[in-house]
Every structure is written in structure tokens, then in C-alpha cells.
Design a protein around this ligand. Structure first.
Ligand code: ASP
Length: 416
């Protein structure tokens, strides 16, 4: 077992988790309990807590080191432009796939969800408007942002600090740069230790996911789930690898296997943020992308570039309109495309964030909360597996972006 590669260990843990989960699901009928169950699922909780523990110091030191390493404003501007361009293009590709599939398959037409049923609305928080999200990126107090895990705020301040370091006299910047460099190395090392525990963590997380999900609802909205799963697969298995190959000339297969641990972590945690340390490690150590590029592309990508979520926002709102029997005009659909993009940018990299953001998109086309809340409630009930898949797509897109940008900057990938 010790010699087995980590991603195989994780795969075995997943299969085991499904098996154990099914057993608990059957014994306890969806409400599992008991010492053994608690012990196994605690492994997942511990793993996620360890990952979360390293996130703030890791991304902070990484961005400061990376941005200050990029050098003057010119190269920062160049990498920045490429990054944003990549984020927008791939997210739009994903949205178009979602739009096309949902229009073709019509998963919501004729679905009866018994819209009279009451649903606990307090479970769903309505997010702020897209403009709010942009303004909130600027933290009032960077220490507060760090303490509360406000990712966009941390990223914003770290980029500024990095830029500031390139603009001052080396007599002053040297000390701080060395400090952040060393801190970053330590954080990467701690991350590596945490990743070693991934198989145990994944076992706990998957067991819990399987043991607590009832299967009844899944059947009613099966077509909806298949549509989204199909769209995500097209993006994950065709579009992204094609882009990767076209721009780097390297076999995508290599990249999938380099990213295996990160993909499995994303799948089992449903959180791009929690996966970020693993993503960074895989892209740097396995694919050989420089810290200069990863530190810029990945942390920002984890919150901003969410292809899977973008696809989901679009397909989800079309599904809602089909359930309501509402015919969308072309301009409605265009609004959906644009707001789906903004919602995916604004969604936090945490479980179910994408579902909450769907409110923004539904409001943009004029659906009232009360009408849609019950449908969204149903979507919430079956969200976990879809969330696992879209998170995997989200972080895979970040990793492809980092590789393409590194390659375009003249770095040679996969040297090792
Ligand atoms: N869970 C996703 C992520 O962390 C966001 C979403 O809910 O779509 O990437």
C-alpha cells in the first residue's frame, strides 16, 4: 500500500467509501449514526480542516512571492491579460455547452415538483448583486479579510503587496521577499504532508456523501442531472483537453494524471478553495509550472474561473424556466449567459455556492424568489453529486489555464 501511487490510493478510498456509504445508507435509511460511522466520517472532517488551515497563509505567501517575482508592470500586465482572457473564454464555452444541451434535452419540461410544497427558504441565502461582489473584492482591512477567509479580499491585497514590492528599493524589498519566499516554501511542505492523508480524508467524505443521500428524488429530476453531467463531461473530456493540446502540444493524458490527486480532492470536498493547496502542488510539482504563474492563475482561478459552475448556472436557470413552463426569448437567454458568467465569477469556491448564485440569474430574467425557491430547494436536495463534478471541472480548468499561460511564457512543462 505504501508503494502504491497516491492517486491509486485515493481511487481505492473512493470505491471503499461508496461501498461503506451504501452499507450505512441501507442500515440507517439515510440517517446514519453510531461510533464507527462517526469515526469514518471524522476522517473527512479532519482532512478538510487541515486543508483549510493552510489555505490563507499558502495563497497569501504564494501570491506575494509570485507577483513580486513576475517583475515590473509590463509582464504582470501581460500575464494578467492572458489569465483574464483564458478565464472568460473557457467559462463562455462552458455556458454555451450548457445552453445548447438544456435547450436540446429539455430536462425540465413536464417535470412536476408539486410546487405547493413548502420549503425552508432560510436554507438559501440570496447573494448580493454582481456589482456588490466586485466592490467587496477590496477589503476594508486586510487582516480581517485573512481572519475571515475572505478569498477575494486576500487575493486583492496580496497582489497589491506583490506589486508594491517590485516598486521599492531593493534594500527594503529584499528582506520581505526572502521572508515571504521562505514562508511559502514551508506552507508548500505542510501541504504535501496534508495531501498524504488524502486517501483517508476521501474515504470519510465519500462515505458521508453516499450514506446521507436518499435516492428517491434523484429519479424525478434524473434528466436534469444527466443533462448537467453530460455538459460537464463534454467540457472536461473534450473542450479543455483540446485547448490544452492545441496550446501546449503536450498529451492531455499526461495532464490528467498529473492532476489526479487534485481532481479527486475536488470531487470529494466539493470545494475549489479547500482543493487549492493540492491544485497548486500538482501544477507546480507534477506539471512543472513556475510559481510565478501558478501563484497568479490558481488562487484567483479558484474563486473567479469556474467553468463547471458557469455551465451549471445557465443550465439550472433554463431548467427552472422549463419547469415553470416559461418560454424564454432570445434576449432572456442572452441575459442568462451574461449573468451566468458573472454568477460563476462571484461564486465562492465552497460547497453549493453555485446553487445559491442561481438566485442572481433567476432575478436577472425576472423570476420571483417565491416561484423558484421550491424548485431551487429540490435542486439543492440533489446538488451534492453535481457539485462534486462541477468543482472537479472548475479546478481542472484552472490547471489547464496555468499550463497554457506558462507555456506561452516560454516555460517548458513536464520536464520531470
Ligand atoms: N463547489 C464549487 C466550487 O467550489 C462551487 C459551486 O458550487 O459551483 O468550485
Amino acid at each position: 500500500m505504501q508503494k502504491l501511487k497516491l492517486h491509486w490510493q485515493i481511487l481505492i478510498a473512493m470505491v471503499l467509501g461508496i461501498g461503506v456509504g451504501v452499507i450505512f445508507q441501507n442500515i440507517f435509511n439515510g440517517n446514519p449514526e453510531g461510533t464507527i460511522y462517526t469515526l469514518i466520517t471524522s476522517l473527512g472532517v479532519i482532512f478538510v480542516r487541515l486543508l483549510k488551515m493552510v489555505i490563507v497563509p499558502l495563497i497569501f505567501t504564494s501570491i506575494v512571492t509570485g507577483v513580486s517575482g513576475i517583475g515590473g508592470g509590463k509582464s504582470l500586465g501581460r500575464i494578467g491579460t492572458k489569465t483574464i482572457l483564458y478565464y472568460l473564454t473557457t467559462s463562455l464555452f462552458a455556458i454555451i455547452i450548457g445552453l445548447t444541451l438544456t435547450n436540446m434535452i429539455q430536462p425540465g419540461t413536464g417535470v412536476n415538483l408539486g410546487l405547493q410544497e413548502s420549503f425552508d427558504h432560510s436554507k438559501l441565502q440570496t447573494p448580493g448583486s454582481p456589482a456588490d461582489i466586485l466592490i467587496r473584492m477590496i477589503p476594508l482591512n486586510p487582516f480581517n479579510a485573512a481572519a475571515s477567509g475572505d478569498m477575494l479580499g486576500i487575493i486583492f491585497f496580496a497582489i497589491f503587496l506583490g506589486v508594491g514590492l517590485t516598486r521599492i528599493d531593493s534594500k527594503h524589498s529584499e528582506v520581505l521577499r526572502n521572508f515571504f519566499n521562505s514562508a511559502f516554501e514551508v506552507m508548500m511542505n505542510i501541504t504535501q504532508l496534508v495531501i498524504k492523508l488524502a486517501p483517508l480524508g476521501v474515504l470519510g467524505l465519500i462515505t458521508k456523501a453516499v450514506a446521507t443521500s436518499g435516492f428517491g428524488l434523484f429519479a424525478a429530476v434524473g434528466k436534469y442531472m444527466l443533462t448537467i453531467a453530460g455538459g460537464l463531461s463534454i467540457h472536461f473530456l473534450i473542450v479543455l483537453p483540446l485547448l490544452f493540446y492545441l496550446f501546449t502540444g503536450i498529451s492531455p493524458r499526461k495532464h490528467y494524471s498529473a492532476m489526479a490527486s487534485a481532481l479527486a480532492t475536488a470531487f470529494s470536498t466539493s470545494s475549489s478553495n479547500a482543493t487549492l493547496p493540492v491544485t497548486m502542488r500538482c501544477v507546480e510539482k507534477n506539471a512543472g509550472v513556475s510559481n510565478k504563474v501558478t501563484s497568479f492563475v490558481l488562487p484567483m482561478g479558484a474563486t473567479i474561473n469556474m467553468d463547471g459552475t458557469a455551465l451549471y448556472e445557465c443550465a439550472g436557470v433554463l431548467f427552472i424556466s422549463q419547469v415553470l413552463g416559461f418560454d424564454l426569448t432570445f434576449s432572456n437567454q442572452l441575459t442568462i449567459v451574461i449573468t451566468a458568467l458573472l454568477a460563476s465569477i462571484g461564486a465562492a469556491g465552497i460547497p453549493s455556492a453555485g446553487l445559491v448564485m442561481i438566485f442572481i440569474v433567476t432575478q436577472a430574467v425576472g423570476f420571483q424568489d417565491a416561484d423558484v425557491a421550491v424548485i431551487i430547494g429540490t435542486m439543492l436536495a440533489v446538488d451534492r453529486p453535481l457539485d462534486m463534478m462541477r468543482t472537479m471541472v472548475n479546478i481542472f480548468s484552472d490547471s489547464v489555464g496555468a499550463s497554457i499561460i506558462a507555456h506561452s511564457e516560454g516555460e517548458s512543462l513536464y520536464k520531470v
